[in-house]
Design a protein around this ligand. Structure first.
Ligand SMILES: [Zn+2]
Length: 76
């Protein structure tokens, strides 16, 4: 499985992980945000592939984005 590169798309600096995106929505709707992301941000549907969406923030240029990372990744 391919690892997420964890790089800013604007300046290629290493991104900081700000946690799982879906945690913001509480435990009662863990999958809905991913469905929404598919429509609004073009992130592939990875829930069935044991991936999850994280919020990421670039400390260099301030770019905030969402990344899909493997749950088995060491980036947690
Ligand atoms: Zn950046």
């Amino acid at each position: 499985m391919k690892r997420w590169s964890n790089r800013c798309q604007q300046c290629a600096a290493a991104l900081d992980d700000h946690g799982r995106y879906q945690d913001q929505f509480g435990p009662y709707a863990p999958y809905r945000p991913i469905d929404d992301l598919r429509l609004t941000n073009g992130i592939p549907q990875d829930a069935e592939l044991h991936r999850c969406v994280h919020q990421a923030y670039c400390p260099q240029c301030g770019n905030a984005c969402l990344v899909s990372v493997a749950e088995t990744s060491d980036w947690q």
